[in-house]
Structures are given as structure tokens and as C-alpha cells.
Design a protein around this ligand. Structure first.
Ligand code: ATP
Length: 616
């Protein structure tokens, strides 16, 4: 039990630390307002007690008597405090909203950092880790998260009001308030420990089940699934699966909750005995004449105010839920070697950009994905001199995309070394910035065309000539003409004035993004099959044009269509398990009559047949 108490205290310390790191100014302001709010409450119970105590004397003295004036003065103070209370509460809402916004932004920063640490994305491939991180993200997206944050200050203010009540009660019997408050604290902490354990369990043990349940619920409303759900008449099936998945997630929690509640019942009993005893003592003192009317009113109110050390209902529940997300995030950060929060004075990263082509080297590289045992690439050696264009070809699963991800520093090799311009891209931000890549599943940002292209050159996205040239080199001028608001058109039909693009148009936008990156200093340009939606001729024309406009950088092209990449300086053929099996120019490889020649001839024949078919 003591360890659990310590853990509860630890999570509030963590919460305070995160708040302080996120927005120190607003945190101080919110704490001050919470203190003011509680002070108003304490003063109010004193002034009402004094006012009530002054009334019998005032009644005896009559209107205008000094005793009546005395009662009026306490009345005026009580009325002023009653007016001040709501004003301070309104101020608290305002300050609280600012604090929560800062905290939320900071948590998103921490989540993002956790997802890509250490630099690569390998952890996101591990279902356990990425599932837990996803659960944290979902918890922070939920409105209850901000509600819990807001309630930090309600809880603090009420606890401080309890401190005020202790001071008041100490003037009667100094030891008594500690006795009563202690019983409330035991009850509250037992309850909080139970709450926290429940929420932690919810995030840790049932997160993936709950996520699956949410996914199933989403199937009923998501446009991409709606067609099939209706066509195959899946509604009942989805609803049943949702219900059973949700129930199985929650069923694991219910017995735990029941067991955890027993100490809460016990501590309620202790608290009832303490308050009952205090009321008996008060009755005794009143009968003995040591406590008057003012004392009775003040002391009873103070005793009731001690309740604020106890269970605070919704505010406490919401706060526990929010801190559960922060605790789990901290655990995940610790697992990847990150501190719970980010230091305030991080030195700004070096954004100086080098220009020109760079050499790319893979030296005896072996790499297996975290979820697999057999390596995706083994003992791979590849050296691409600065400025050379290389096409990487091979059957499905040969490891082409894996090589590209290693070059981008998204994964670290298990053995061997990867170098871009002499530096390890998994370690060096500068090396990563020298690589511009467009993957087959590139991101279609629901942002303007300007942002979609400019993201390749974030530091120089204001330079229109870079964007113009990139789009034109990517063959996107026709597309620009068709957009109603030109560069500022949002590329999504979900926004007013926005429009979606065809697969081929999107690919040109993505290619323009890569070319913008080259203008901004990237020394290696990689295209990992982003042109699959274009027809064979369009892809070949685009690749030729690419090789033309990227003469000054190292270029790596990945494609299954060999005719599209035949003009690359060099072609390497990858084979699953065997690594690079052929390496040379198009002509050299044709002459060698090996795997490449065989694949090329086969594709050329099929292409000719299709051509004939369409011609006839
Ligand atoms: N994220 C991943 N997790 C686990 N295994 C993966 C992952 N990505 C790829 N693999 C596996 O690694 C091997 C190499 O895949 P890779 O995508 O590099 O091949 P590829 O040559 O690019 O194939 P394709 O031509 O189909 O794009 C395959 O066996 C694949 O199943």
C-alpha cells in the first residue's frame, strides 16, 4: 500500500514537472489563482461564523447600536467575499485554459519525439511499443484529457482550502484537524491509488483490445469502409464484433476494480469515526461553555471543509485519467532512453546546408526488421560515387525499399555501416537532410499545393522560384493551370475550394517535393517507385527527365519497369537473400545475358504484345 501511495505522489510530481516545463508562467499564474480561490473560501467560513456570532448581541442592542454595527461589518465582509468567489473562479477558468493548451502542445511534442527516437522508425514497427504509444495518443486526443488537466487547479484549490480549514480548527484543539484531515487523506489516497491503478491497467492491458473495438466502431462510419460494409451487409457482424471486443477488454478490469475498492470502503469507515468523534467533542465544549455561537458556525464549516482532503469526485477522476496518459508516456520514453520531459534550453540544431552531390556507401550491411528473424538484406556492399545515377531493380521482396530506408536513417543496420556523404544517416541530422526521397506510399498532405511541394525545402519554402522550378521539372505545370487558386489550392476535397488529385497528379506533386529538396541542398535523390500510377511511357519519360534535371546530384531510382530506368548510369540487380547479383550499365547487363537481360527481354516482349493488341 505504501509503495502505491508513493507512486501516486510520484505521478503528481511528474504532472507538476510537465506543467512547469510546458508553460512555467501560466503554471505559476494558475497556482496563484488556485491559492486565491482557496483563501477566499477560508475567509468566508471565518466571516460567516463571526457574522452569525454577532447576531444575538445585535438583536439585543437593536438597530444603530455598536453591536448591530459590528454585525453589519461582518455582513459586509461576507457579502464582498461571496461576490469575489465567482470572479476568482472565472479567472481560474481563463488561466486554466491557457495552461492546459501549453501542456497539451508539450505532450504532443513528447509523443512525436518518442515515436522517432532514436531517429529511426524501428520502434514503430514493434506492435507492442507502437500500440502503447498509439493508446497514449488516443488518450490525449480525448476531451477527458484536457478536462483532467483543467481540473488540476480545481483539485489544488480545494486541497489548499483544506489547509485553511486546518489553521482555523487548530485555534480550537491544535491536534484535532490533523486527526480528521488524516482520515480524509487516507481515504482519498486509497481511492486515488485505486483510480490510478484502474486507469493504468486500462491503458496497459486493454489498450489494444479497446483500440480494436474503436476500429470496429469506426468501420461503420468511415467512408472508405462504408461501401463494403453496405455491399456485404456487414453492419450486424461489425456491431457484434464491436460489442464482444469491448466487453472482453473491460471484463479484464472489472474484478481488479472490485478487489481494489475494499480498502476504499475501510478508509470511509475510519473517516466517519473521526468526524463523528470531532462533532461529539464540539458538543461537549459547547455544553461546557468554552465554544460560543461564532465558534460553532466557524468550526462546523471548517470541519466540513476538511472534506476537501478527501475524494473529490469527477475532478479527481478526470485528473487521474490524464496523469495515466502522462505516466505511460514517461514509461515509453524511459524505455527508449529519453528523459520524462524535454530540457528547456535545447541548443538549436545546426541548419547549415551543404550543397552538391554526395557519395553513398553501404558496407557489408545486414539488417532484419524487428518483427522478423531472417534478414531483409544480408552482407550488402554498395558504393555509389557522388553524382552517379543508379537504378535498383529486382523481384518483390528483394530488399530494394529496405536499402532505401537504411539510407534515409529510418533504421540502423544490425551489422555493417551506412554512410551518406561520410556520415551515418541514423545518427546525423545533417546527413539525413542530404537525402531527398519519395516513397511509393508518399504522404498526400491535405494542405495547399505550395505546402505539399514546399515541405521538401522547409527552410526555403518562401522562395517561389524553387517551387516553380520543382513543379515544372516534375511535369506539373498543366496541373497548376487547372487549380482554381493556383499554388494556394488545398489538395483535398474535404476543404472548401479544395480539390483532390488523380494518382498520377499526386505523383507529380510528390516528385516536385523531392526536387524542391534538391534545390534546398539534398545531395541524393531517391525515387522508390513513386511513379507506379503513371503508364509505362509516362514513367519512362519522367525518369529520363529526372536524370536530366538531377545531373548534379546522386540519384537512385527504384522501379519494376526496366525500360524506365535503362538510362541510369548504372543498374544493380538485387535478389532476395543473395544481395546484389548484377551490377553494370544497361548495355553491359544486356550483353552479360544474365538475370537483368532475361527480365528486360521478357518485359519488352510483353510491352510489344500489349502495344500490338491496343494497335489492332
Ligand atoms: N516493416 C516491415 N516489417 C517486417 N518485414 C518487412 C517490412 N518491410 C519489408 N519487410 C520484409 O523485408 C523483405 C524486403 O522487403 P522490401 O520492401 O525491402 O522489398 P522490395 O524489393 O522493395 O519489394 P517490392 O518490390 O515489393 O517493393 C521482404 O521479405 C518484406 O516482407
Amino acid at each position: 500500500m505504501l509503495t502505491e501511495f508513493a507512486q501516486t505522489l510520484g505521478r503528481y510530481r511528474l504532472h507538476a514537472r510537465l506543467l512547469w516545463r510546458a508553460c512555467p508562467g501560466w503554471t505559476v499564474a494558475a497556482a496563484m489563482v488556485a491559492l486565491l480561490n482557496s483563501a477566499v473560501g477560508t475567509l468566508l467560513l471565518i466571516s460567516t461564523g463571526q457574522f452569525a456570532g454577532a447576531l444575538p448581541e445585535a438583536i439585543r442592542g437593536g438597530a444603530g447600536s455598536p453591536a448591530a454595527d459590528h454585525a453589519w461589518r461582518w455582513f459586509a465582509l461576507t457579502a464582498a467575499l461571496l461576490i469575489t468567489g465567482p470572479l476568482v473562479a472565472a479567472l481560474m477558468v481563463w488561466v486554466t485554459a491557457r495552461t492546459s493548451a501549453g501542456y497539451l502542445a508539450h505532450v504532443f511534442e513528447l509523443v512525436a519525439e518518442t515515436g522517432v527516437h532514436p531517429q529511426g522508425i524501428e520502434l514503430l514497427d514493434s506492435p507492442g511499443f507502437s500500440g502503447r504509444l498509439q493508446a497514449v495518443v488516443e488518450a490525449t486526443r480525448d476531451w477527458t484529457f484536457t478536462f483532467g488537466l483543467d481540473n488540476t487547479w480545481t483539485v489544488l484549490s480545494r486541497r489548499l482550502a483544506g489547509v485553511g480549514a486546518i489553521v482555523v480548527l487548530m485555534s480550537w484543539h491544535w491536534w484535532l484537524p490533523f486527526f480528521i484531515a488524516g482520515s480524509f487523506v487516507v481515504m482519498s489516497k486509497t481511492y486515488a491509488t485505486w483510480l490510478n491503478t484502474s486507469f493504468d491497467k486500462l491503458l496497459q492491458t486493454s489498450a489494444s483490445e479497446l483500440r480494436r473495438a474503436r476500429y470496429l466502431r469506426g468501420l461503420l462510419v468511415r467512408p472508405e469502409a462504408a461501401k463494403e460494409v453496405r455491399l456485404f451487409d456487414l453492419t450486424d457482424w461489425v456491431v457484434d464484433r464491436y460489442r464482444s471486443t469491448w466487453l472482453s477488454a473491460m471484463a479484464a478490469l472489472w474484478p481488479l476494480r472490485q478487489r481494489g475498492l475494499r480498502p476504499v470502503y475501510l478508509s470511509c469507515l475510519v473517516m466517519a469515526v473521526a468526524v463523528g468523534g470531532a462533532l461529539a467533542l464540539l458538543t461537549h465544549d459547547v455544553v461546557a461553555g468554552t465554544v460560543g455561537l461564532a465558534g460553532v458556525v466557524t468550526l462546523i464549516q471548517a470541519m466540513l471543509a476538511l472534506e476537501s482532503f478527501g475524494i473529490l469526485g469527477d475532478p479527481q477522476l478526470a485528473l487521474a485519467q490524464s496523469t495515466a496518459a502522462a505516466v505511460e508516456l514517461t514509461r515509453l520514453r524511459q524505455e527508449v532512453g529519453l528523459p520524462p520531459t524535454r530540457p528547456a534550453d535545447e541548443s538549436p540544431e545546426d541548419r547549415t546546408t551543404s550543397v552538391g552531390a554526395v557519395e553513398v556507401v553501404l558496407d557489408d550491411v545486414t539488417f532484419a526488421y524487428p518483427t522478423r528473424t531472417e534478414p531483409a538484406v544480408a552482407n550488402l556492399d554498395l558504393r555509389i560515387p557522388a553524382g552517379q545515377s543508379v537504378a535498383m531493380v529486382g523481384v518483390n521482396g528483394a530488399g530494394k525499399s529496405t536499402v532505401i530506408k537504411l539510407l534515409c536513417g529510418l533504421y540502423r543496420p544490425d551489422q555493417g555501416a551506412v554512410r551518406v556523404g561520410g556520415a551515418d544517416p541514423a545518427e546525423s541530422q545533417a546527413a539525413r537532410r542530404r537525402v531527398a526521397v519519395i516513397f511509393q506510399d508518399f504522404v498526400r498532405y491535405h494542405l495547399s499545393l505550395r505546402d505539399n511541394v514546399g515541405m521538401g525545402a522547409v527552410a526555403r519554402r518562401g522562395e517561389q522560384q524553387i517551387l516553380d522550378r520543382a513543379l515544372s521539372d516534375a511535369g506539373g505545370n498543366g496541373l497548376l493551370k487547372r487549380l482554381e487558386s493556383g499554388w494556394d489550392t488545398v489538395l483535398s476535397a474535404e476543404y472548401e475550394g479544395g480539390t483532390d488529385l488523380s494518382g498520377g497528379q499526386w505523383q507529380r506533386v510528390a516528385l516536385a517535393r523531392a526536387l524542391a529538396a534538391v534545390s534546398a541542398g539534398a545531395g541524393v535523390l531517391i525515387l522508390d517507385e513513386p511513379t507506379a500510377a503513371l503508364d509505362v511511357r509516362a514513367e519512362a519519360a519522367l525518369f529520363d527527365r529526372f536524370l536530366e534535371v538531377t545531373r548534379d546530384v546522386t540519384t537512385i531510382l527504384v522501379s519494376h519497369r526496366l525500360s524506365s530506368v535503362r538510362h541510369a548510369d548504372r543498374i544493380v540487380v538485387l535478389d532476395p537473400g543473395a544481395g546484389i547479383v548484377e551490377d553494370g550499365s544497361h548495355e553491359e547487363l544486356l550483353q552479360a545475358g544474365g538475370r537483368y537481360a532475361e527480365m528486360f527481354t521478357l518485359q519488352a516482349q510483353r510491352f510489344a504484345q500489349v502495344d500490338e493488341g491496343s494497335g489492332g
